[in-house]
Design a protein around this ligand. Structure first.
Ligand code: PGA
Length: 240
């Protein structure tokens, strides 16, 4: 596990974007695993700027997002489809047919299976991850088997409370999502995990302690051979 500690969120975002840009310069047709949430927003901003400056192209890139809420329309401002369009896809030259997110509007179980079938036919070169305060990666909540493939998950109460800030009320936060499973995530060739802010300091400490168990899903990353974690000082604070 490679640990990079930077001063602040801006540096974390730039460092993460640099790793992605290096990957795309080395392999322009990379398959990228992408994440949503507050943490990677700065990274996407840095990628938009790099694209606008001609430093990187996404024209041969394929993307697979980690997850999507069930039962919300792709045009809903809190859907991850919408997030990806706004934060990245609308601004770059990725081909729409190369962009993949779980489609969770109806028949969630068969949508999860289709997404899993698609993932089985590919190999993700670089998977970006955030981490939930309860240690989830994707929406693999505590207790999820490390052998789990893409599935419909009932979100943990803690996750719904954490994500309430993006909605008008807790009631509006979806109860289910489709997520890549831990097994899918672990099949990526390389993983890049971003951890930012004081509210993630306890989570980061627990991860860096190194104990592996399904009660803390991100701990599975200790079993992967190519993981980079970027933390800002606020997130790293308790792990020193
Ligand atoms: P956040 O979410 O970046 O909004 O904190 C991270 C996650 O739940 O994976």
């Amino acid at each position: 596990m490679k640990i990079i500690v930077v001063e602040n969120y801006e540096q974390l975002s730039n460092e993460a974007a640099k790793i992605i840009i290096n990957q795309l310069q080395k392999k322009p047709n990379s398959v990228m695993g992408l994440a949503t949430g507050a943490t990677p927003m700065g990274m996407y901003e840095a990628l938009r700027k790099a694209y606008a400056n001609g430093e990187v192209s996404f024209k041969d890139v394929t993307t697979f997002n980690l997850d999507e809420y069930c039962g919300i329309d792709p045009n809903h401002p809190q859907s991850y489809h919408y997030y990806m369009q706004q934060n990245l896809f609308n601004h770059i030259d990725v081909k729409p047919e190369n962009v993949h997110l779980p489609s969770a509007t109806s028949d969630w179980n068969s949508a999860a299976k289709s997404y899993n079938d698609l993932l089985k036919q590919t190999k993700i070169d670089l998977q970006v991850l955030g981490i939930g305060s309860n240690g989830h990666i994707g929406f693999n909540e505590p207790g999820t088997s490390f052998e789990q493939e893409t599935f419909v998950v009932e979100l943990a109460e803690k996750t719904r409370l954490d994500n309430q800030r993006f909605f008008n009320s807790l009631e509006e936060v979806p109860r289910f999502a489709i997520t890549m499973g831990i097994k899918n995530i672990m099949q990526a060739k390389q993983i890049l995990l971003l951890i930012s802010g004081k509210n993630k300091a306890k989570t980061a400490k627990r991860l860096l302690e190194g104990k592996v168990g399904t009660d803390f899903p991100a701990s599975v990353l200790h079993l992967h051979k190519s993981v980079t974690i970027i933390l800002d000082e606020d997130a790293y604070g308790l792990a020193k």
